[in-house]
Each structure stands twice: as C-alpha cells, then as structure tokens.
Design a protein around this ligand. Structure first.
Ligand code: GSH
Length: 202
C-alpha cells in the first residue's frame, strides 16, 4: 500500500490516522505543498485532480480522503458513520479551512475580520449540532464504537483549537469526545502536530 501526500495536509493527516487505527503497513511518498510533485507524470497518472492524498493498493487507486477512509475501514463504516463523515465535509470543513486560511495562510494585511467572524460563527453552529448529538451519552460520533467518522471529523480539531483554545468551553459533550479521541496514538502522532510549515509571516 502506498500513501501519497505531505503530512502537513489535514486531508493526508486524516488518512495517516486511519492507517494507524487499522494497523496497516504502507509506504509514504511525500508530495504536495512545498515538496511539489503533484504535476509530475508519475502522480498525475494516479489522479486527475492533482491533489493529496492518494492511496494505491494493488489495482485500487483512490483520491478523496473520506473515500480512502471508507476503503481502509474495509466495509465496516455504518450508514451513521457515513452520515457524520458527510457532515464533516460539508458543514465543518469549509469554515475550518476558511478560518485556517485567514489566520495561518494570510498576512495580517490580507486578513478580513468580517470573513473571519463569519467562519467562526459557521463552525460554531456546526459544532453545536455535534454537541447535541453527543449529549445522548454515546461515546463516539456513530455510537459506542469508534469509527472513521471520528477520524474524519476529529482530524480537523487540533488546528482550530490551536487558534481558538476556548471554542469548546460551552460545548461539553464535544469537549469530552475530543479529549477521548485526542488520547489515541494515531491522533497524537499525526494530528497533534505543528502547522509551522504552512504559516505565512507578516
Ligand atoms: N476533498 C479532497 C481535498 C484534497 C485537497 O484539497 N488536498 C490539498 C491539501 S489539504 C492539496 O492537495 N493541496 C495542494 C498541495 O498540497 O500541493 C480530499 O478530501 O482528499
């Protein structure tokens, strides 16, 4: 199995954590961002979108991080886990990415306070939905078993909590869930990492 993609990409981190959870052996090829390589013929032959991650496993080649997580789960993702993975992609990830770009990838002069506040509001609204779901006492997003939904959504948390350390203060169920997934080896190894490589100064 070969995973293509730089470990500073949140979508690659998600897959690295998924691989760790499944205890799979793989080769890691670092491409994308400052490492380049996404326009090289060897890479473009694998994916039409020229983005990371890409997973190769024998005859199977996949792009899209959530599809890769489902593949790694080997058919074990439930419809409820699938639902939360979609919610992560459609509702949480867009404001998270917007926030990250504003605060990490732009200079102070380029940042737009109104956009930033809009992203925080949207992200918070999404997190309130997660908080309500978890208030029924389930241990994980899709029930009492850890699933790829926890990986897909949980992989977003480290960076925005770094930027907004108090964001979960009024969301106790998300806070508790996050503390439990953040203790997992895969999260500590691949998600709780520095974003220094991506920071724009000024
Ligand atoms: N929806 C895709 C998004 C893939 C994506 O946008 N990847 C970014 C990194 S997070 C990328 O390849 N950027 C260009 C680069 O790293 O060179 C997924 O979930 O895999």
């Amino acid at each position: 199995m070969i995973l293509w993609g730089r470990a500073s990409s949140v979508n690659v981190q998600k897959v690295l954590w998924g691989l760790e959870e499944q205890g799979l052996v793989y080769e890691h090829k670092i491409v994308g961002g400052k490492f380049g390589g996404t326009d090289d013929p060897e890479f473009t032959a694998l994916t039409p979108v020229r983005r990371v991650p890409v997973l190769q496993d024998g005859d199977v080649t996949l792009f899209e991080s959530n599809a890769i997580l489902r593949y790694l789960a080997n058919g074990q993702t439930t419809p409820v886990a699938d639902m939360w993975m979609e919610f992560g992609s459609t509702t949480l990830q867009p404001p998270f990415i917007g926030l990250f770009w504003q605060q990490v990838r732009m200079t102070k002069a380029e940042q737009d306070q109104a956009v930033l506040e809009g992203q925080i509001k949207a992200l918070y609204a999404g997190l309130e939905i997660v908080n309500t779901a978890l208030s029924d006492g389930r241990a994980y997003l899709a029930g009492n078993d850890f699933s790829m939904a926890d990986v897909a959504i949980g992989s977003l948390f480290h960076r925005f909590m770094d930027l907004h350390p108090t964001i979960l203060d009024a969301l106790p169920h998300v806070d508790e869930w996050h503390a439990s997934i953040a203790a997992r080896a895969g999260y500590r190894k691949w998600i709780a990492t520095s974003d220094e490589e991506l920071r724009v100064t000024g």
